[in-house]
Design a protein around this ligand. Structure first.
Ligand SMILES: *[C@@H]1O[C@H](CO)[C@@H](O)[C@H](O)[C@H]1NC(C)=O
Ligand SMILES: *[C@@H]1O[C@H](CO)[C@@H](O)[C@H](O)[C@H]1NC(C)=O
Ligand SMILES: *[C@@H]1O[C@H](CO)[C@@H](O)[C@H](O)[C@H]1NC(C)=O
Ligand SMILES: *[C@@H]1O[C@H](CO)[C@@H](O)[C@H](O)[C@H]1NC(C)=O
Ligand SMILES: *[C@@H]1O[C@H](CO)[C@@H](O)[C@H](O)[C@H]1NC(C)=O
Ligand SMILES: *[C@@H]1O[C@H](CO)[C@@H](O)[C@H](O)[C@H]1NC(C)=O
Ligand SMILES: *[C@@H]1O[C@H](CO)[C@@H](O)[C@H](O)[C@H]1NC(C)=O
Ligand SMILES: *[C@@H]1O[C@H](CO)[C@@H](O)[C@H](O)[C@H]1NC(C)=O
Ligand SMILES: *[C@@H]1O[C@H](CO)[C@@H](O)[C@H](O)[C@H]1NC(C)=O
Ligand SMILES: *[C@@H]1O[C@H](CO)[C@@H](O)[C@H](O)[C@H]1NC(C)=O
Ligand SMILES: *[C@@H]1O[C@H](CO)[C@@H](O)[C@H](O)[C@H]1NC(C)=O
Ligand SMILES: *[C@@H]1O[C@H](CO)[C@@H](O)[C@H](O)[C@H]1NC(C)=O
Length: 416
């Protein structure tokens, strides 16, 4: 009855302001039949991407062109998949370019203060098999696009998100800060039997960070054949929590130092509760691995390079369980193509202030640790606590540990 005492004029004002405050909503229904849904999606983002909500209720949207979705104080509710078409000729010619390693991108997510929710039923379907069969295990083929890049973004959350059969790297965080990627499921599986057991899901990284800061990865499941999560140049303040990686290369620092004269930084990395194990399709090569390029330039990126400088500093890896080829490793002599002994020990990239706490598991070889730091920049201030790694020969001798140009505390076997 109280309401009856509110003067009519005030009631009118209340209703009006509620009407004005109601966020705009745009719904996009898939056209079906493989017709391109990108124009309708982009129109909805134009109409509702500032202060509104874009709802995609259908199961499957065809995306036949590169898309940039810009959101400000807005949310994108994706209940089904954005299926990127598998026309290789088209995408090689038309993907967005990513200057680092001359790579490509099919979807940019830009803006600030946004949420993208895949509701566990949606995300990206990359039609990756067409790309895996095309590449036949060859790395970094030009024009093969990453599924999604969070680019030029601040204060964004992407959650409950699947990336199935990614074309290339599943995701990238580029020139962005204060981004949360939570509850992700990524799966890159090869079904082409002519692979004969070789790894055709190379380059299907779970996620990479580049020129970004304040990024949280939480609750991830990754299956694939490459880096689960990798830190590329200028990745700072990154946290990983509860990440399970099946197959591929584990958590990667780098590669870094690939561009001559460039200063590359990785710093303030905190990693907790990670499991890495083989998948039914691919071995697991590491729990965590560190990879820097030689100190001189040999060839050009993506697969050649070197001569960069910089440092990785302030890293803690806690509660890592790994069943892998070599659980922890560092190489300072990257060049995938140029294995020439004379370039060893030329890297000046410094691995500094790196700590391992509670690392358990086993290796499929007699090596559990293989750290080959460069004599030009010996690894500095490393420490170990509660390390319980069992080599295949089940015989914990110095042979199981390689620690070149590295004196760590807390690990007797690692004394230079
Ligand atoms: C989604 O549509 C594409 C055609 O654009 C088709 O190739 C794909 O199989 C569909 N996916 C599902 C899960 O229906
Ligand atoms: C693939 O893309 C190319 C280049 O854009 C185009 O000419 C061709 O018709 C497309 N193929 C299919 C099957 O859509
Ligand atoms: C990237 O690769 C393409 C195709 O090989 C080549 O034409 C182009 O010059 C490369 N760009 C750079 C910057 O290396
Ligand atoms: C990111 O910002 C740069 C610099 O303003 C701009 O050139 C680029 O187009 C932006 N990228 C996207 C995807 O909007
Ligand atoms: C990075 O993103 C911001 C927007 O968040 C933009 O202003 C800036 O130009 C971008 N820088 C580069 C190098 O793209
Ligand atoms: C990934 O997909 C393959 C093929 O569908 C499936 O067998 C496997 O269990 C999946 N991996 C995970 C971790 O769910
Ligand atoms: C794949 O394996 C089959 C059976 O072992 C063999 O005959 C064939 O030559 C192999 N193909 C390749 C490309 O290695
Ligand atoms: C860890 O992540 C997995 C996969 O997303 C999830 O099922 C599980 O509940 C998470 N665990 C915790 C403690 O949050
Ligand atoms: C990384 O950051 C350093 C220091 O700010 C800067 O000099 C360098 O150009 C950056 N490199 C890249 C690849 O962004
Ligand atoms: C090291 O990184 C952590 C985040 O992982 C941060 O909280 C801490 O302040 C950093 N330490 C220094 C000395 O910067
Ligand atoms: C490069 O490092 C790897 C291990 O990280 C080692 O096995 C290899 O012999 C090194 N190669 C050269 C040329 O130094
Ligand atoms: C490690 O310690 C040994 C023995 O004290 C010393 O000879 C060596 O120079 C040290 N190496 C590094 C990289 O500090």
């Amino acid at each position: 009855m109280r309401a009856s005492f509110i003067p009519a004029g005030l009631l009118f004002l209340v209703i009006t302001s509620q009407t004005l405050a109601r966020p705009r909503q745009c719904r996009v229904i898939s056209k079906g039949d493989g017709k391109d849904d990108a124009p309708a999606l982009l129109a909805a983002v134009d109409n509702c991407g500032k202060g509104g909500t874009i709802i995609l209720p259908s199961k499957n949207y065809t995306i036949a062109q590169p898309i940039t979705t810009h959101l400000e104080h807005a949310s994108l509710e994706l209940h089904g998949f954005l299926s990127f078409t598998p026309n290789i000729t088209y995408w090689v010619a038309n993907s967005y370019r990513f200057p680092f390693q001359n790579q490509s991108i099919s979807w940019h997510l830009t803006g600030h203060d946004f949420t993208v929710d895949g509701h566990k039923t949606g995300g990206v379907f990359g039609h990756g098999q067409t790309w895996y069969t095309w590449a036949r295990g060859q790395g970094n083929l030009y024009g093969r696009p990453m599924s999604i890049s969070i680019t030029n973004a601040t204060r964004g959350v992407v959650k409950n998100f699947n990336i199935i059969q990614p074309q290339f790297w599943s995701s990238l965080v580029w020139n962005s800060s204060e981004i949360v990627l939570r509850d992700f499921y990524v799966n890159a599986t090869n079904f082409d039997t002519s692979a004969n057991g070789s790894n055709w899901v190379q380059n299907t990284d779970g996620s990479d960070t580049y020129q970004s800061s304040n990024i949280l990865y939480e609750n991830w499941i990754y299956q694939g054949g490459d880096d689960c999560i990798a830190f590329k140049p200028n990745s700072t303040k990154i946290a990983l929590r509860n990440i399970s990686c099946f197959g591929g290369a584990g958590i990667a620092f780098g590669s870094i130092g690939q561009y001559p004269g460039e200063l590359d930084i990785i710093s303030d990395i905190s990693i907790e509760n990670v499991v890495t194990k083989p998948s039914m399709q691919n071995p697991m090569t590491a729990g965590a691995y560190f990879k820097s390029w030689i100190g001189v330039q040999v060839g050009l990126p993506p697969n050649g390079g070197g001569g960069g400088m910089g440092y990785c500093k302030n890293v803690t890896i806690r509660n890592l369980h790994t069943e892998s080829t070599v659980p922890l490793s560092l190489t300072s002599n990257l060049s995938y193509s140029q294995l020439n002994q004379s370039y060893a020990n030329t890297s000046t990239f410094l691995w500094d202030d790196i700590h391992f706490i509670n690392i358990s598991g086993s290796s499929a070889t007699d090596r559990v640790i293989d750290f080959e730091c460069s004599s030009k920049a010996p690894c500095k201030d490393w420490s170990f606590r509660d390390i319980n790694l069992v080599p295949a020969n089940n015989d914990n001798t110095d042979e199981n540990y390689v620690c070149q140009n590295l004196n760590a505390t807390g690990l007797d076997q690692c004394h230079g």
